[in-house]
Design a protein around this ligand. Structure first.
Ligand code: ASP
Length: 473
């Protein structure tokens, strides 16, 4: 067994987090201004920034070493953040074009298609409402005092990021102007400026345009966009190899500034996300199933919660283990058909489409994470910002492929749109493995819920041929 196999990526990232936390806490606790003074540094801020200051002229060699470590850490962290920014615009553009164009001609989608999109929309809307409510009531990023948070924002070297972002710079203007503003006058300008909202809208429009021309003409373009998306995802995979070091470099200064408060905030954040997932899985989905299979369709097509969970368990477990709804797809389809009683044609239409565009867990995760980081960095979010986060999170969920950690780097989109420093992504990355497993279970279950609802609405749910037990168990 190679070292790489023995220490899979998520363990290495976690190790980066652990070392960063310990070093950060030690710095926070013991590296006081007195320590700097003992190293003949009387203006640490200027010294660390490399600005000339006469009171630091006699700085010792040890102080020089400390500064070198700090600046190297800062440099490595910045490279990683720049790489994320590099990826953000193209991946959003191409993956959303593929997702929208892949729907085909909306006029030809037909009744099943319309019902499927309707139930996808309903469940994801509920998910983002749950997410916004949890994020703004639990407020996982609070509990750090205001002055420390402002210091953190300044350290992120993006102080004033809010005004740098195209979207939020417009907050002073009216809501109507902001709405108008999402429709760019020049898509190339939006791409060059990295205005995420405009890029997303541009991608949707282009994707829609592709559905209007003959299939054979659209196909090469869609294939090219798809290939570029795959290439970028490969780059993301490569980039994630450096995540352990990057997380270490990015997290150390955060913990050094925030101390133990940051850890409490991180635990509260995981709690909020997992609670949100549990609400979707155990309250939203059963309620949707109850409403559509018992009430709306007169009880003839009943699918109870117990039957649903018993039938979907293999797919849910695989989703949990693999963090990939795409890899789970064959088992999802099989569970829907053989164990739930969804007819073959409906399962093999709804599930693949759902794997591509229906990701309630991902949308919930994005909304809570962006709110968490905004709270941590003391970035105030207006109601319009919340709407922007919700809308972009849904679009990221539509665009994200069903692969491990696929959506975490795409969080750059809502973060940038509302002016939250993307350096904070290090914190999210550090705990992403666990949250990814949970959101993939929700994503896969959401597809099965949609398949059942569509089948029930057609009056076509049957008793499962294998009585709820199948070859896959
Ligand atoms: N891993 C998720 C999935 O496969 C996607 C994500 O990263 O949110 O559904």
């Amino acid at each position: 067994m190679t070292t790489r196999e023995r220490f899979p990526l998520h363990l290495r990232i976690f190790l980066g987090l652990a070392i960063g936390v310990v070093v950060g806490l030690l710095i926070n606790r013991f590296w006081t201004p007195d320590v700097w003074a003992s190293l003949s540094v009387n203006n640490p801020k200027a010294y660390l920034a490399g600005t000339a200051a006469p009171e630091n002229d006699n700085a010792s060699i040890l102080a020089g070493a400390a500064r070198l470590i700090a600046s190297t850490t800062d440099f490595l962290g910045k490279i990683f953040v720049r790489a994320l920014r590099f990826i953000a615009v193209p991946i959003v553009l191409f993956s959303i074009i593929v997702a929208v164009a892949g729907l085909g001609d909306p006029r030809k989608l037909g009744r099943l298609g319309a019902k499927t999109l309707g139930i996808f929309a309903l469940t994801v809307l509920i998910a983002v409402v749950v997410a916004s409510t949890l994020a703004t009531t639990i407020r996982p990023g609070d509990g750090v005092d205001q002055s420390t948070r402002e210091r953190l924002l300044a350290d992120a070297s993006v102080a004033g990021a809010k005004t740098l972002s195209g979207t939020t710079a417009a907050s002073a203007t009216s809501f109507k102007d902001q709405l108008l503003n999402v429709l760019t006058l020049n898509p190339f300008d939006s791409l060059a400026r990295g205005d995420m909202l405009q890029v997303v809208v541009t991608a949707i429009i282009l994707g829609f345009g592709l559905t209007l021309i003959p299939k054979e003409r659209a196909k090469p373009v869609i294939d090219a966009c798809d290939a570029i998306t795959s290439a970028i995802l490969e780059l993301v995979r490569l980039l994630l190899r450096f995540a352990p070091i990057a997380v270490l470099c990015l997290i150390t200064p955060v913990i050094a500034t925030l101390g133990v408060d940051a850890l409490t905030a991180l635990i509260m954040y995981c709690f909020a996300v997992l609670l949100g997932m549990a609400i979707i899985l155990f309250i939203e989905y059963p309620a949707v199933l109850w409403f559509f299979t018992r009430w709306a369709y007169a009880g003839t097509q009943r699918v109870g919660i117990a039957r649903f969970f018993r039938a979907m368990a293999p797919a849910q477990l695989l989703a949990f283990g693999s963090s990939s709804s795409a890899a789970t797809l064959p088992v999802t389809i099989e569970c829907c058909e053989d164990r739930l009683g969804v007819p073959k044609d409906i399962a093999s239409f709804v599930c693949p489409l759902g794997t591509t565009i229906n990701m309630d867990g991902t949308a919930l995760f994005q909304v809570i994470s962006v709110n968490f980081l905004a709270q941590l960095y003391a970035v105030d979010l207006s109601f319009t910002d919340q709407l922007t986060i919700a809308a972009l999170s849904i679009l990221v969920a539509i665009g994200a492929p069903g692969l491990p950690s696929a959506s975490v780097v795409m969080m750059v989109v809502p973060l940038q749109a509302v002016g939250v420093p993307i350096e904070g992504l290090a914190l999210v990355l550090a705990v992403d493995r666990l949250l990814d497993m949970a959101r993939t279970v929700v994503n896969v279950s959401g597809d099965a819920v949609a398949a059942v609802v569509v089948a029930a609405s057609e009056g076509r749910m049957t008793d499962p041929p294998t009585g709820g037990e199948s070859k896959s168990s």
